[in-house]
Design a protein around this ligand. Structure first.
Ligand SMILES: Cc1cc2nc3c(=O)[nH]c(=O)nc-3n(C[C@H](O)[C@H](O)[C@H](O)COP(=O)(O)OP(=O)(O)OC[C@H]3O[C@@H](n4cnc5c(N)ncnc54)[C@H](O)[C@@H]3O)c2cc1C
Length: 398
C-alpha cells in the first residue's frame, strides 16, 4: 500500500468494489480498505437481485448464484396467496446470490484491474485540510497510518461513520430502520424457484417476511420490522421464530444473522469537498423492498466516474462533485427511491384488512410485467382512492 492515491474507497461491499474497479478503469490509482478480515462475511443480506440489475454490472456466474427465481408469491395477512408466474414475471425475475462469493468476486475484479486492497483495515478518521477531505487515518492490526487521496469514496454501509466524522448528518430515525434477522434454513420443503413474501401486522409489523430459496432444500428465511415496533417479546427474532416454528417446524437453522436496513429518504447531500458517499452509506436502499445491492453498485460506479472527471479537471470541490448527487437523484433509480418511499409510508399505515383488499384485487389482474412499478400502477388502478391519498405523487407514477 502506498501513502497517496487518487481515490481511497472505504468499504468492500458492492458499492465500494464497483467504485474501486470503475475508478481503476478510468486510469486512477485506487486503494480500497475493508475493516472486516474477510470480504463478504458475515453476510447480512437475503441475497435477492433482479436479473437485469445484475447483468448491468457483471455476467452471471454459477460460482456465486445460489438459485434462479422464475416467479414470486405474496401471501396476504388473511393467508391468501397471490402467485406471479414466470410468464408474468418476464425477464425481470432474479437470482439469489451467494454473497460470500459474489462480494469477493467484485473486490477481486477491482484488484485484478489494479486497485490495492487491504482487509482488516479500518478507516478511523478523515484527514481534513481547510474543510476539504484529503484522505483517512487507517488502522490495521494495531498499526495506525495515513492514506492521502484526492477523493475519498465512503461506501462504508448502513453503519457508516465516515461521513458523520466529515460533518454530515447521517442519522436515521428509529422507525425508519428495519430491524432484520434471518436464518439460512436447511431441509425444508419449498418451491426452489419462487420467492415468497408474507405481509401483515401479525407477521411483520411495518415490514415483511421473506423466504428466498438457495437450492438444496435451503432458503434465506428472514423478517424485517420497523425499529419502533421492536420491544421485549416482540423483536424481529420473536416474529421469525414464531413463523419458523409454525411453517417449517423441522427446518434446521445453519446460519443466523441480524442487521439493520435503512428505509428512510437518502441523505440530503451525498458529497462534500473531496468526499463522495455511495451505497447504503448514502441511504439509497429502496425503502419499499429494502433492496440495496443494485443501488450500491449503481452509485459506486457513478461515484468513480464523477471522481475521475473531477480529478482530471483538478476540481474536487463540493460544487464540482455535485454532478454525482444530481445525476443519481434524477436517474431512474433516484426517482424510484422517492416514489417507493411514499408508497412504503402509505402501506405501513394500512390495517391488515386493507392489505388483504389490495392483494386480492391485484391478484385478479393479468399483470404482463412483474416490476414494483407495474404492481404499484395496478394497485392504484384498482384502488382509485389511493390516488387521492398519495396526492401529486400518484400523478407522477402514471
Ligand atoms: C437482513 C438483510 C437482508 C437484505 N436483503 C437484501 C436483498 O435481498 N437484496 C438487496 O438488494 N439488498 C438486501 N439488503 C441490503 C444490502 O445488503 C445492502 O444494501 C448492500 O450490501 C449495500 O452495499 P454497500 O456496499 O453499500 O454496503 P455493505 O455491503 O454493507 O458494505 C460496506 C462495507 O464497509 C465496511 N466498512 C464499514 N466501515 C468501515 C471503515 N470504517 N473502514 C473500512 N471498512 C468499513 C463494512 O465492513 C462493509 O463490508 C439486505 C440487508 C439486510 C440487513
Amino acid at each position: 500500500m502506498k501513502n497517496k492515491y487518487d481515490v481511497l474507497v472505504i468499504g468492500g461491499g458492492p458499492a465500494g468494489a464497483i467504485a474501486a474497479k470503475t475508478a481503476v478503469e478510468k486510469g486512477l490509482s485506487v486503494c480500497l480498505v475493508e475493516k472486516r478480515p474477510a470480504i463478504g462475511a458475515p453476510v447480512r443480506c437475503a441475497e435477492g437481485l433482479g436479473k437485469e440489475a445484475l447483468h448491468e454490472f457483471i455476467d452471471p456466474d454459477p460460482k456465486w448464484i445460489s438459485a434462479e427465481m422464475t416467479g414470486a408469491s405474496i401471501i396476504a395477512p388473511d393467508g391468501f396467496l397471490m402467485k406471479l408466474e414466470s410468464q408474468l414475471a418476464g425477464s425481470k425475475v432474479g437470482y439469489i446470490l451467494d454473497r460470500k462469493v459474489f462480494d469477493r468476486e467484485l473486490v477481486w475484479k477491482a484488484a485484478e484491474a489494479g486497485a490495492d486492497v487491504a482487509v482488516k483495515t479500518r478507516a478511523s478518521a478523515p484527514i481534513i485540510n481547510n474543510g476539504c477531505i484529503q484522505g483517512a487515518k487507517i488502522e490495521s492490526c494495531g498499526k495506525v497510518s495515513k492514506i492521502a487521496a484526492d477523493i475519498v469514496i465512503a461506501a462504508d454501509g448502513v453503519e457508516s461513520k465516515f461521513s458523520r466524522w466529515c460533518g454530515i448528518d447521517t442519522t436515521v430515525p428509529v422507525r425508519e430502520i428495519m430491524s432484520s434477522v434471518q436464518y439460512v434454513l436447511a431441509d425444508i420443503d419449498i418451491d426452489q424457484h419462487s420467492t415468497v413474501f408474507y405481509l401483515g401486522n401479525e407477521i411483520a409489523p411495518e415490514g415483511y417476511l421473506w423466504v428466498f430459496p438457495k437450492g438444496d432444500r435451503t432458503a434465506n428465511v428472514g423478517v424485517g420490522i420497523s425499529g419502533k415496533k421492536s420491544g421485549e417479546g416482540h423483536r424481529a427474532k420473536d416474529y421469525l421464530d414464531r413463523f419458523v416454528k409454525k411453517t417449517f417446524p423441522h427446518g434446521k437453522p445453519i446460519e443466523y444473522i441480524a442487521g439493520g436496513v435503512s428505509v428512510c429518504r437518502p441523505l440530503e447531500c451525498t458529497v462534500a469537498d473531496g468526499l463522495i458517499i455511495a451505497g447504503d452509506a448514502a441511504r439509497v436502499v429502496d425503502p419499499l423492498t429494502g433492496g440495496g445491492i443494485y443501488n450500491g453498485m449503481y452509485t459506486g460506479r457513478l461515484a468513480a466516474e464523477v471522481a475521475a472527471e473531477c480529478i482530471e479537471t483538478g476540481d474536487v470541490s463540493r460544487t464540482a462533485l455535485m454532478k454525482y448527487d444530481k445525476t443519481w437523484r434524477t436517474s431512474k433509480m433516484g426517482k424510484a427511491l422517492v416514489r417507493n418511499y411514499h408508497i412504503k409510508e402509505y402501506l405501513i399505515r394500512q390495517p391488515d384488512a386493507k392489505l388483504n383488499e389490495i392483494i386480492h384485487s391485484v391478484s385478479k389482474l393479468n399483470l404482463r410485467d412483474f416490476t414494483t412499478l407495474s404492481l404499484i400502477k395496478e394497485i392504484i388502478r384498482v384502488n382509485p382512492k389511493l390516488m387521492l391519498e398519495l396526492g401529486t405523487l400518484a400523478a407522477s407514477i402514471r
